[in-house]
Structures are given as C-alpha cells and as structure tokens.
Design a protein around this ligand. Structure first.
Ligand code: SF4
Length: 380
C-alpha cells in the first residue's frame, strides 16, 4: 500500500500464506447483517489430504494454519452480539488436526449457552475419518457443532482410489456416517459422479448408496477439474479438457463438467446427475431418509438446543402451515406431515428437519418435471 500511495508499484509481489494468528477480525459492522442467516468464522486454512480434484489445497496449502482459540472466541462473540445464532466455521477440514480442534471445541463448549447466552448452532466441513475418534465427536456435540458437510463422494472404491480420496478408503462409509450422526452431528453429504471408473450404472448405485445413509441433506456434483489441480494436468495431458468459456470449472457445479468422461458422454453425465438429484428429492425417498435420520441422531445437550424448539407447538408452527398451503401435491404434503410427526416425537429434531424441509421444498418444487423421468439412455 505504501508503494501504491507513493506511485512506486513494483511489477510483482511475492507473498507468503497469511498467518492466521495475526489475522485481524472482519469488519462485520460494515456488512448488512440484517440480511444474513448465518455468521462466518474461519478457524483454519488448508488441508493435509490430497484429493486430486481439489483446488483448495492448491491455493490454501496442505499445511494447515490455525487461528488461536481466543481469537476465534472473540470473533464468535462479535457475531453473537450482532444477533447471529448460526455460525459457519468455514474451514476446509475442521477436525483433521485433532489436538488443536479439541482445545478449540472445549473453549466453544465453555462459551456456548453459558453465562446467560442463548445457544448457537455451529456448522463446518470435516472429513469422514473423524468417525474414528469418539472423543472428538463428543467434543463437537458439547460445543454445539450440529452440522458437518462431508465429501463422502461415492461408494465406488475404484473412483476413491483414482481421485486419491484415501481417507474414504478401507472403511465402511455407511457405518462411519452412522457413528457421526449418532454422536449428535448431522451430516450433509457431498456426492460426486463422473469418475473414470464410473459407467452408466453409477447413478442408480449412488441413489441406493445415499438411501442407506442417515442423511437428510446432500449435494450432488459432477467431477470437474479446476485449473491448477493434478486432475486438470492429467486431463489436459490426455486431451480431455473441454474449453467452453461459459462453463467455469468449479467444484460447486452440479451438472456440467469441463472434462470428457471416460465411460459416457458429457450429456449423459449431466442428465444422470440431474436424475440422481431428482430421485433423492422424490417424496418416496425423502421420507425414509428423514425417518432413518430421526432413528439415528444422537443426544444433544438441552442447553444447546435452539430456542425455537421450545417455541410454538409443532402443530401450529407457522412455517409448516405455510409450507402445507404452498405444497402443490399430495406427495409433498406427506413429506411435511412426516416432518411434523417426527418433530412431535422428538422436538430436538425440529431445527434440523425444518432446515432440510426448506431445502427439499426449494429444490423439489422448482426442478423440471422431466428430471424425474426414467433414465432412458443413461442407466441402461
Ligand atoms: S479432504 Fe476436502 S479439502 Fe481436503 S483435499 Fe480432499 S476435497 Fe480438498
């Protein structure tokens, strides 16, 4: 900035990765906090794993850097003071360095719902290897960490090997997921199709796999190769990168890939991914997943249950009434009824199920009806 202000900018500056211990807290006072549902705190950057499609490790590094717990608490308190009761710990892999995570979680547990504060629900991203550590999961629950996004990706072992997703190998993914949910942490599953070892049967296999998981929220994506990743280099060397300016390569893309799949066309991959998503959102599949989740979810500490759980009775919940009126068909009304019944049986489920119901209605009611047609030409 001094060079800029003195008109002496150099052609190039080479920085180091930022030291999170010295990071200044964000100026949330400049932000439209009244328009946001959740606050954000980043407690670490980077991830030591090596998934070949991941660009996070290319720009944030594989040596994880950490923010000291007292600075995290300072930021969390600032968000609380602004009125946030949902906070996203926006790390790449929150639990991978267990010792530091345990210390941070204990600090959050001592803060959350204590000294007259209302409970705050935390969500974050972590890898499935956390299931091997019951103490760490218990610490998540004590701190009020209610939801974790996880790259479960696929049940196809060859695909996990080819993408170097080692942490998902040699374990039973369903069993590990059950352990996490029964510790009180809800899993949002990241799912992927379009690996080289995926043929046209992958969509139905993935549908069956997800139906065996105690998961109420998920994200389906096709495999893409972001620039700078090992996968991009590999695909470029093989002449399989498709350059279309309108398709920005991004891991958040649901349906369009920038690579030529090995065992299907790009159109079949898009069609199959949309079919998979529509299948998982079909009421006859949503209801058993909600029920599976309700049977599996472990206990949560009463002082960390959001206040609205003790609010108006579930029967008269204004959102449920509104959703029921909006529902266009009997099947959707059945899903709403399922949420009502499960929440009445166990009020601690209400916040999770209401959130999942909102996502379901948002996605299901807007998707084109042709997405739910049988997969003629894809899964044959
Ligand atoms: S675990 Fe997640 S953040 Fe880490 S390398 Fe794999 S995809 Fe990237």
């Amino acid at each position: 900035m001094a060079d800029l202000l003195s008109g002496a900018l150099k052609p190039r500056y080479q920085g180091q990765k930022a030291d999170l211990a010295k990071a200044l807290p964000p100026r949330w006072d400049l932000y439209r906090n009244d328009r946001a549902l959740a606050g954000v705190v980043q407690t670490s950057r980077g991830c030591p794993f090596d998934c070949n499609f991941c660009d996070v490790i290319q720009y944030l590094g594989r040596v994880q850097r950490h923010k000291p717990p007292e600075r995290v608490l300072h930021e969390v308190q600032a968000l609380y003071d602004l009125g946030y009761r949902q906070i996203n710990l926006s790390d790449d892999n929150f639990t991978v360095y267990r010792k530091r995570t345990e210390v941070l979680l204990e600090a959050l547990a001592d803060w959350n719902g204590k000294d007259g504060r209302e409970p705050v629900g935390f969500l974050t991203q972590m890898s499935i290897d956390v299931a091997r550590h019951p103490d760490l999961l218990a610490a998540c629950s004590r701190a009020g960490l209610r939801t974790a996004f996880m790259g479960i990706e696929t049940s196809n072992i060859e695909a996990l090997k080819e993408s170097r997703k080692r942490q998902n190998l040699r374990i039973d993914l369903v069993e590990q997921c059950e352990k996490i949910v029964s510790a009180g942490v809800s899993v949002q599953a990241g799912l992927m199709v379009g690996f080289d070892s995926d043929d046209l049967s992958c969509f139905e296999r993935q549908r069956d796999f997800v139906m065996s998981l105690p998961v109420i929220n998920f994200r389906v994506a096709v495999l893409v190769a972001p620039v700078a990743t090992p996968l991009y280099e590999q695909m470029e060397a093989a002449g399989r990168i498709v350059v279309e300016p309108s398709l920005a390569p991004s891991t958040s893309a649901i349906a369009h890939t920038n690579i030529e799949p090995a065992q299907m066309t790009r159109e079949q991959l898009t069609e199959g991914a949309m079919w998979l998503r529509a299948e998982l959102l079909a009421p006859e599949n949503v209801i058993p997943r909600f029920e599976h989740y309700a049977r599996t979810l472990g206990p949560r500490l009463p002082h960390l249950v959001p206040a609205q759980t003790g609010g108006p009775s579930v029967k008269a919940h204004p959102f449920l009434e509104l959703f029921s009126q909006m529902a266009r068909n009997r099947a959707t009304r059945r899903v709403i009824e399922c949420v009502r019944e499960l929440s009445e049986e166990n009020p601690l489920l209400r916040a999770d199920l209401m959130q999942a119901l909102g996502m379901y209605l948002n996605s299901y009611m807007r998707q084109p009806s042709e997405a739910r047609q049988p997969m003629v030409g894809v899964a044959q």
